[in-house]
Design a protein around this ligand. Sequence first.
Ligand code: F6R
Length: 261
Amino acid sequence: MEIVIRPDATTAGKLGAEAIVALLQRKPEAVLGLATGSSPLAIYDELAARHDAGEVSFAQARGFTLDEYVGLPAEHPETYHNVIRRDFVNRVDFAPDAVHGPDGLADDIPAFCASYEAAIAAAGGVDLQILGIGTDGHIGFNEPGSSLASRTRIKTLTKQTRVDNARFFGGDIDQVPTHCITQGLGTIMSARHIVLVASGTAKAEAVHHLAEGSVSALWPATILQHHPHVTVLLDEAAASRLQLGSYYRETYAAKPAWQGL
Ligand code: F6R
């Protein structure tokens, strides 16, 4: 796991964007794993700017989002289907229908989840997965207690996650759905490269466990310690509880510029 600490979220996001641009240059048909929420916005802003500058195209790329609320009407602005289009997909040149996500209105949720796993596999698997992390250590919506080998399925959101996400629902926790469909930890672990981005002191405890804690379902993101290619992009605040912060800084400072993430 490579830990990169940058002064702020924008600078960290630029590094994440650079990894995606480099991937698309060597593999234009790459499959991207897309997260929603605040954390990846700096990456998406940078990618949209680089697309506008003619530096990157997503015309042949495909995408799969991590998760979706169960039961929100399709036209609700906070479905992750709508959020990812607003924040990223509609700002670049993905082909129509190139980006897929879980169906939070599926009648048969287990059958839908199996078909979502099959669709990711049929696309050749995810080349680069973007992740945020919850204050409770979730990735995707794999809340504490999730099976470390889980695949796409329905989950119950924790109170903490619903409190955290109430800001997208006018501050009213009762408007935040109670359930979601999420890729499992096993699904996420199948991606070839994982780029997790976190900023702010609220994420510092979860980031400490992610990088330095014991692998445990209590902090689901710790499963990433078993992945061979994980890049963690942090601002100073999110890195503030790392025990080995100086070591990570020294290591990154000494890294040759030609070596990407
Ligand atoms: C979103 C997702 C979640 C978020 C996490 C952090 O698709 O899978 O794991 O990444 O809840 O959310 P933000 O970035 O809004 O702090």
